[in-house]
Design a protein. Structure first.
Length: 755
């Protein structure tokens, strides 16, 4: 019966709105469309409690969009928008569920709570165009809507770059519009302490200010000397929390510990292992100085958390727990005495001890802790929830241990990654996460059984601001990706209908324009994909436009495309080294930026390749094929062309299909130590005739790799082989004195070449 109902809805929808689908994001769970429309005009009233925030909010937004100034009245009117609260018929009712009905003489929004009413209002507002008219038509419809996930969040880092109170409110408004219900506020880090703590005034007198900032990318190691900082007073925080609460958004504060603590230690160095002195960090990355787990430190942190808990009524307090180097702990007599006293195995268990101590205190205040997935290391605190960012593995592990989880893997949920062709995008930390990739995310891993899946609270988008120096850049990085995530978390996304979502999303760009919100137009740019041709074993270069494919023009000689250039019809076969340039043209004009892709073809290009260890899902690109796709990874913007291995060796075997004469072998590797990416400690090339028995051809040492900056090319004398194996050995645990010391190193590898 349910399937038949859905089929009828789709049939009605496709018949009535095939050319202009309802521009609602996230799309409702159930929609039934009718014939006709309700006319909104200056005689329409809002029937509700005159003191209702929701009613006042609806009145204000309708006025700003249409110019219509509706009155609020508790008296029934036939031409009205009625906000109706109904009594639940069960204890476990859904506070977020609502019904929206548009009929001939009224619009009704019915829900069990103000939160449901508010979500119904958001849906209604998306049906009202921003157009100053005396009358606005809204189509007859019936919506029954509810969300899938309880945690629908967005994060914002204000430590690397600070954003004023007014923008934080604007950010909250963005979340509210798309029915997000959690604002994760990252308030402290090495580069700045942003929350007033009255018991410890130096945290903002000293810790909120740094002498300068990094400019350009971390790898350039350039700095300015402009003092930078800012913080939120407790009164401002109360104001923001109240503002969010009215919009049914929970603000979850993050106070980093035991790592990412340099700003705090610059203010109060006595809570470190060495005693300092320290300065608020100028550079991004992970620093060795962390909180020392001594009694005075716990008292300090408990006093801070007491003030934080009094400011934020959220169920959870996020305590970070990530990227905590053990360098200082290993040499600290106090830390070693704690390990001995508590019967701990090592510094990882010391971190677990630290987190458990903090959790016990937070629990005593009626709250729960949440931390990044590193808090799993050394044993998970009894009641802690886990935010899984290093892929989904940590979240799966926590759910299997019956701990609540918020999924936020870098592969799909890091909005500091590039979202369009990296060569055409403003500077970002790296990675490559398109709107379509965000839309494809499934927060509940299929490896979990039904009971374990119940521990997945939801997911969130993370916005780390090392490379977002102002509000415009933040907006650019979150929009329109946040819209895709909102629909994923509401539970109505469908990867098979991405084009449908994209069409709706584009209709929201008018809202961005009218409200002067900066947003990425990457979906209008040409996108490209490199794939393997099963027919002739060559490379296929595919181009895609969100508009008409026939408008794509390209060249293969490196010249700029024009209207007279070749028209793109099918994937371009790449059989020789060349540079493809392409652009989209419409009405005789170029409408997109020119994309450029160079190919360097060699004997390995397009050949069958397998990997012993798979790359991280965050940096998997096109899998093993990435290493033989003819594209040299961009060292300045390492987006989609590199494979990243966390703590694992890269072991690749290439099948040349026949015995080939080889005179040269090459491979590229990358180092960016601030991001824990290190050159391999060795690279070995091996040859074989049968793919089983390999003989070493050449081994390259770490010193030589460093000297050649990761670009390894070896001349050989006419050796013959059918198979070649390449082993790039991961650095393993990062050594003391280096960024990320004690953690697994990242190994980034790209093109393997044979000539």
């Amino acid at each position: 019966m349910k399937k038949k109902f859905l089929f009828l809805l789709l049939l009605i929808f496709n018949t009535v709105f095939s050319q202009n689908q309802l521009p609602i994001i996230p799309y409702p769970s159930q929609v039934e469309l009718g014939s006709g429309s309700f006319v909104l005009n200056d005689k329409t009233t809002i029937q509700a409690d005159e003191n209702s925030f929701e009613a006042k909010y609806l009145k204000e937004i309708i006025k700003s969009k249409s110019g219509l100034d509706l009155s609020i009245s508790e008296v029934y009117s036939s031409n009205s928008i009625q906000l109706i609260m109904k009594l639940p018929d069960t204890i476990n009712f859904d506070k977020e569920q609502y019904e929206l009905s548009v009929s001939n003489n009224k619009i009704t929004i019915t829900a069990f709570s103000n939160q449901g009413i508010f979500y119904g209002i958001q849906t209604l507002l998306q049906l009202i165009p921003s157009d100053k008219k005396n009358e606005i038509s809204i189509p007859f419809l019936q919506i029954n809507d509810y969300s899938k996930y309880k945690w629908r969040g967005m994060h914002l880092d204000v430590s690397r770059h600070f954003f004023p109170k007014e923008f934080i409110k604007k950010y909250i408004d963005y979340l509210a519009r798309y029915k997000m219900n959690v604002f994760h506020w990252h308030l402290t880090d090495d580069q700045g302490w942003r929350i007033e703590i009255k018991k410890y005034p130096k945290l903002t007198e000293i810790g909120a200010w740094r002498k300068g900032s990094m400019i350009g990318h971390y790898r350039e190691q350039k700095f300015d000397d402009k003092p930078y900082g800012g913080f939120y007073t407790q009164e401002e925080i109360k104001e923001i929390v109240a503002y969010a609460s009215e919009r049914h958004i929970t603000v979850v504060p993050e106070i980093e510990m035991p790592g990412h603590a340099v700003a705090a230690l610059a203010s109060y160095p006595q809570y470190s292992c060495t005693g300092g002195p320290f300065e608020v960090a100028l550079k991004w990355g992970v620093l060795d100085d962390v909180f020392c787990p001594k009694e005075e430190t716990f008292e300090f942190l408990e006093n801070i958390l007491s003030e934080v808990i009094n400011l934020f009524p959220s169920e959870y307090v996020h305590i970070g727990g990530d990227e905590c180097p053990k360098t200082r702990w290993k040499k600290c007599a106090n830390c070693q005495s704690v390990i001995k006293r508590e019967g701990l195995k090592d510094e990882h268990e010391l971190q677990s001890y630290f987190i458990r101590r903090i959790e016990k205190f937070v629990n005593s205040r009626g709250r729960k802790i949440m931390g990044w997935d590193e808090i799993l290391e050394g044993g998970l605190a009894p009641n802690a929830a886990v935010m899984s960012w290093r892929g989904t593995k940590g979240g799966i592990e926590a759910a299997k241990q019956n701990h609540f989880v918020v999924m936020t893997p870098g592969s799909h949920c890091y909005f500091d990654h590039y979202q369009g062709e990296p060569k055409n995008e403003p500077l970002a930390i790296g990675g490559f996460t398109t709107v379509e990739k965000v839309y494809s995310f499934n927060p509940t891993p299929t490896s979990l059984n039904k009971n374990e899946a119940n521990y997945i609270l939801g997911a969130q988008g993370n916005v780390w601001t090392e490379y977002m120096e102002d509000e415009n850049k933040v907006e650019y990085m979150i929009f329109p990706r946040m819209l895709a995530l909102s629909e994923v978390l509401w539970g109505t996304s469908n990867t098979e209908k991405y084009k449908d979502f994209q069409d709706r999303m584009i209709q929201h760009f008018q809202y961005f324009e009218e409200n002067k919100i900066n947003y990425s137009k990457a979906i209008f740019e040409l996108t490209s994909k490199i794939s393997h041709s099963e027919v002739d074993k060559n490379i296929l270069f595919s181009l895609k436009s969100s508009k008409n494919q026939e408008g794509i023009r390209f060249t293969s000689d490196g010249s700029n495309p024009s209207l007279n250039s070749d028209s793109y019809q099918n994937p371009i076969g790449i059989t020789k080294s060349q540079t493809i340039k392409a652009a989209y043209f419409e009405n005789g004009e170029q409408k997109s930026a020119t994309i450029e892709q160079s190919f360097s073809i060699n004997k390995a290009t397009g050949k069958k390749i397998s990997l012993l260890n798979q790359p991280s899902e965050s940096y998997a690109a096109s899998g093993a094929f990435t290493l033989v796709d003819g594209v040299i990874g961009d060292r300045q913007k390492f987006g989609r062309d590199w494979l990243g291995f966390s703590g694992k060796d890269m072991v690749a075997i290439i099948d040349l299909e026949k015995v080939e004469v080889i005179n040269k072998v090459s491979i590229s590797s990358l180092a960016n130590e601030g991001s824990w990416i290190y050159f391999p400690k060795s690279i070995e090339f091996l040859l074989s005739d049968d793919g089983v028995n390999f003989k070493s051809l050449k081994s390259v040492s770490a010193q030589e790799i460093i000297e050649k900056r990761g670009e390894i090319t070896i001349e050989v004398k006419s050796v013959k082989a059918k198979f070649i194996k390449v082993i790039a050995s991961n650095l393993g645990k990062i050594p003391e004195g280096n960024p990320g010391a004690g953690s697994a190193a990242w190994l980034f590898i790209d093109e393997i070449g044979l000539e």
